[in-house]
Design a protein around this ligand. Structure first.
Ligand SMILES: C[S@@+](CC[C@H](N)C(=O)[O-])C[C@H]1O[C@@H](n2cnc3c(N)ncnc32)[C@H](O)[C@@H]1O
Length: 264
């Protein structure tokens, strides 16, 4: 018998081993700085509020809980999943129920709303999280995901210009997400825009270089290279993002996928 040419399908347990969340050593401090310089969380909360269905909410990768804080969620029906001990402590101090684990994991449920907000890293991991998230959605519920798009918006154009990404103009990740979400149920999409505000170029370069390397593959060396690259692009940045008052305002676009199990 000739060997089966198809790659062997990997078991859930094997795939689960590939899920990793790696953060830079100074993540907590730099993330705080980022939150202070940006209106991202208020923009996300304002966008999510009318989309969430009445019922329970599973927030996968809840971080420091800024979005549920702003949404003023009902703590009885809210459950966070978080794998970073500092954030788990913080969320519990705020009174939230927290599953202290790396998703996919046992979450109970099912839930009316399952949220994947900025925790989709890498294709394989992404696919696993999306399917496991969908499995936790109740029959009358929905899966919501918020992520960046690898496309030439202002933020990605700047990173592309300083050599951080060679994917400018391509939309591989976004297309993969669209196809994956659409294969699950009824898909609607939204785009929301927040801004990074900074007093000077150095502050902007610090924030953008942190954001770009705040992932499993990011390194401090890469962050330093991006920082230097942005500092060397003063004219380009000033022409686009400097305000008349002399400070900076960089738009960041958030791409939102909502997949419903039913059509309500
Ligand atoms: C960029 S933060 C976003 C936090 C929050 N969702 C928000 O938008 O404000 C991503 C968070 O998700 C957590 N995370 C990512 N993947 C995870 C996983 N597979 N299981 C549990 N937590 C995860 C990280 O530890 C981090 O705190």
């Amino acid at each position: 018998m000739s060997p089966d040419p198809r790659p062997a399908r990997r078991s859930f347990d094997e795939l689960r081993q590939t899920v990793k969340v790696v953060k830079p050593v100074d993540f907590q401090d730099r993330y705080r700085e980022y939150l202070e310089a940006s209106d991202e969380k208020p923009v996300l909360a304002a966008g999510l509020a009318p989309l969430l269905r009445r019922g329970s909410l599973l927030d996968i990768g809840a971080g420091s809980g800024d979005v549920p804080d702003l949404l003023d969620v009902d703590q009885e029906t809210y459950t966070a999943v978080e794998c970073q001990p500092e954030f788990v402590r913080l969320l519990r101090d705020k009174g939230y129920r927290v599953i202290d684990d790396l998703f996919p994991c046992q979450v109970g449920g099912p839930f009316t709303n399952v949220l994947l907000c900025y925790c989709l890293y890498g294709r394989e991991q992404c696919e696993l999280l999306i399917h496991a998230g969908w499995a936790a959605v109740a029959p009358s519920g929905q899966l919501l995901a918020v992520t960046f798009r690898d496309h030439l918006d202002e933020y990605n154009s700047l990173l592309h210009r300083v050599g951080h990404t060679n994917r400018g103009g391509l939309d591989v990740h976004y297309n993969f997400l669209t196809t994956t979400f659409a294969s699950l149920g009824v898909l609607t999409t939204h785009v929301w825009t927040s801004y990074i505000y900074s007093r000077d170029l150095a502050e902007l370069a610090g924030i953008v270089s942190f954001m770009a390397t705040n992932s499993n593959v990011g390194t401090l060396q890469r962050r330093a290279e991006i920082y230097a690259g942005i500092m060397a692009e003063r004219r380009y940045v000033d022409e686009r993002f400097r305000t008349v008052a002399g400070d900076y305002r960089l738009p960041v676009h958030h791409h939102v996928f909502v997949v419903a199990k039913d059509v309500s």
